[in-house]
Write a protein that binds this ligand. Structure first.
Ligand SMILES: Nc1ncnc2c1ncn2[C@@H]1O[C@H](COP(=O)(O)OP(=O)(O)OP(=O)(O)O)[C@@H](O)[C@H]1O
Ligand SMILES: [Mg+2]
Length: 200
């Protein structure tokens, strides 16, 4: 990379989104299965009861098999809902099979009902979508700052404190140079189809 002229987050997002479109449907499924196994084999998964997950948008890792497994294991699952307004944060609303959904202004599906909620501090584990990441778990999201604002409290806690933030990604979303800003919240783990990245 040209260190005199480092790429902006916006440029990196565009490049990575474009790379992600080249993944075939078969690879998409096989990567999702590998990531499901890696997450659900973690000892932390077994002791987690309250899990936040997301409904995948185009190009994002398909975490629906993880959601199904969580339900089968009797875990309580939550989906992020973008709370309107400036400096918006995410609220986490309980999601059960066949609950009604609507599409929000960002194009993501979210529960129609807005209760019951759980405060982010009370979640055990959060599965986080991302556009890019680096080896030490820094994350590049869609650019809204929603996860950063919602989990800003994690910056004052030791690594691996609850809720455990697990970024899920394709290996090809890994980049060496990621601009890190003061507000960026690191993932405790990033899990790809090839590897589990942890900085500790
Ligand atoms: N803790 C915070 N307090 C206030 N503003 C914040 C905070 N975190 C992020 N922001 C704002 O959000 C904007 C987007 O941040 P950034 O580019 O890091 O998004 P992102 O990490 O890609 O998004 P997301 O977290 O939604 O995936 C920034 O311009 C910043 O002003
Ligand atoms: Mg950020």
């Amino acid at each position: 990379m040209d260190t005199m002229n480092p790429k902006t987050k916006k440029q990196i997002r565009q490049e990575l989104r474009s790379i992600r479109t080249k993944i075939s449907a078969d690879e998409h499924i096989s990567c999702a299965t590998k990531i499901q196994k890696a997450i659900t084999n973690l000892s932390f998964w077994q002791i987690s009861q309250n899990i936040a997950i997301y409904l995948p948008m185009a190009g994002e890792i398909d975490v629906l098999p993880i959601l199904e497994q969580a339900w089968q294991e009797g875990k309580t699952c939550y989906l992020p809902v973008v709370k309107a307004g400036e400096n918006a944060v995410l609220e986490f609303v309980k999601y059960q099979k066949n609950d009604a959904l609507r599409t929000n202004t960002c194009g993501a599906k979210e529960p129609l009902a807005t209760t019951p909620k759980i405060s982010p501090e009370h979640l055990d584990l959060v599965i986080v979508p991302l556009v890019g990441f680096n080896e030490s778990g820094m994350r590049l999201g869609q650019g809204g700052g929603f996860y950063d604002r919602t989990f800003a409290f994690k910056k004052d806690l030791p690594k691996n404190s609850k809720p455990l933030l697990i970024g899920v990604a394709y290996e090809l979303q890994k980049i060496r140079h990621l601009p890190k800003e003061t507000w960026d919240v690191a993932m405790d783990l990033v899990i790809t189809e090839k590897k589990i990245y942890t900085d500790s």
